[in-house]
Design a protein. Structure first.
Length: 429
């Protein structure tokens, strides 16, 4: 979402004549797009602000410094006090005002903070995809979140949930295909809850699949409580919809899931996994896992490990809990799990997932997959791409192949994170 928003901001500024530069010496405006999901992300931002403060005051660089994104919404007062180098702070739903803010600053030099706008979807702005690899890009279909998981700051910094008009999503995808993109990733804090005037997410996904038969379609992120059989069946019906679902579980313990306000049980989650495997047998599943949450006992943690053993995720994003000021958990729960125990549990989860990742990848050995080439590998004549299952595949070819080309690759080896194969043929579409 932050990548998409950075491209959105770039589009707003370039439409008014600004140009993007990677050289800080040329920059007249420097923007830091921030994230508040984890403390580490915020720490990186604060370090970057201090670096830019030095450039501005000690080295005499002349630029306006703006902080945008979630931290600007969550920590606006703290940021102003943190550094005098900051000229303006703009939340994620007020980017339309950037030109006005910059123009005003050039005249008055007053600090400016822009409040949240809970109705903004940026319907009519087509992002400039300057951060993409030229092959795959993001398309936002919803903004905001109303799930209020007890550990998460997103609803407080991204505002209430709202969905884009289907016709504007189609227009944005059309623009991406005209720019040569071969894959789009539909994004939202919870894509499953997309709804606009009678059109839900399965209906939107079906419409996109039919309208763009040569485009590979991915989406993220799903919420288990909203993942319906209707959506699973739509995925199974159209070959251009990727056979991969990211379904965050967070914990295998019903006690912890309730404390997290996830609004599903372990049993319900496993039922969703069962239905995915029944309807789309070749679908891979990835997840998010959070260990060390408030009041998590050893038995609660063991339930997470047992759920992992039952599912065998292809990939997982794994974290230890850190309290986020302003969340329900921060205000109402005790952070009872010692840091050293959190680290131990995270290491166990990572170790188990490495085993499961390898088991999942080994199932691909001997199979041939259609791969969309996204980049070059580290070695000469080596290419890197992904199959429909979102698995990274590396292969070699003595012939020069253009990025964005589809090829068929026979899988010969597997690691926990990567498949290694042999080029069978180049597909012409």
């Amino acid at each position: 979402m932050n990548i998409y928003d950075s491209e959105l901001v770039a589009s707003i500024l370039t439409s008014e004549g600004y140009k993007i530069t990677n050289d800080i010496n040329q920059a007249k405006i420097v923007l830091i797009n921030t994230c508040s999901v984890r403390e580490h992300a915020e720490d990186k931002v604060l370090n970057r602000i201090k670096y830019l403060e030095k450039l501005k005051f000690k080295d005499g660089k002349q630029f306006l410094l703006g902080i945008i994104g979630c931290m600007s919404q969550r920590l606006k007062d703290d940021l102003i006090n943190f550094s005098k180098a900051i000229d303006f702070i703009v939340g994620p739903d007020n980017y339309r005002n950037l030109i006005k803010i910059i123009n005003e600053l050039l005249i008055t030099n007053n600090k400016i903070y822009c409040q949240e706008n809970n109705s903004e979807t940026y319907e009519d702005i087509v992002p400039k995809h300057f951060l993409s690899n030229g092959v795959s890009t993001y398309i936002s279909i919803t903004r905001g979140c109303e799930n209020f998981c007890s550990y998460c700051v997103v609803p407080y910094v991204r505002g209430k949930e709202r969905s884009k008009k289907p016709e504007n999503i189609i227009k944005e995808i059309t623009n991406a295909t005209l720019q040569g993109f071969k894959e789009i990733v539909l994004i939202g804090q919870n894509v499953d809850s997309y709804y606009y005037e009678g059109i839900n997410f399965p209906m939107l996904l079906k419409k996109i699949a039919i309208n763009f038969p040569n485009l590979r379609i991915r989406f993220t992120t799903n919420h288990p409580k909203d993942l319906t059989d209707e959506l699973i069946e739509v995925i199974s019906m159209y070959p251009n919809i990727a056979r991969h679902i990211h379904l965050p579980v967070q914990s295998g313990s019903n006690k912890i899931l309730k404390l997290m306000n996830r609004n599903y049980t372990r049993e319900y989650y496993l039922n969703r996994i069962k239905r995915i495997k029944e309807i789309i047998p070749d679908c891979t599943i990835s997840t998010d896992i959070l260990v060390g949450f408030c009041y998590e006992s050893e038995n609660d943690f063991l339930e997470t490990l047992s759920l992992m053993e039952e599912v065998i995720f292809d990939q997982a994003f794994m974290f230890k809990y850190s309290p986020r000021k302003g969340t329900y958990a921060y205000e109402n729960y005790e952070d009872t799990v010692p840091e050293e125990i959190k680290i131990q549990r995270l290491q166990k989860v990572i170790s188990l997932q490495l085993q499961h990742g390898l088991l999942s990848k080994q199932k691909a050995i001997g199979k041939t997959y259609t791969v969309l080439i996204e980049n070059y590998g580290k070695k000469k004549n080596q290419y890197l791409g992904r199959n429909s299952q979102n698995q990274v595949i590396i292969f070699e070819s003595s012939d020069s192949i253009q990025l964005g080309t589809y090829v068929n690759v026979l899988i010969e080896k597997a690691t926990p994170a990567t498949l290694i194969g042999k080029l069978i043929e180049i597909i012409k579409i």
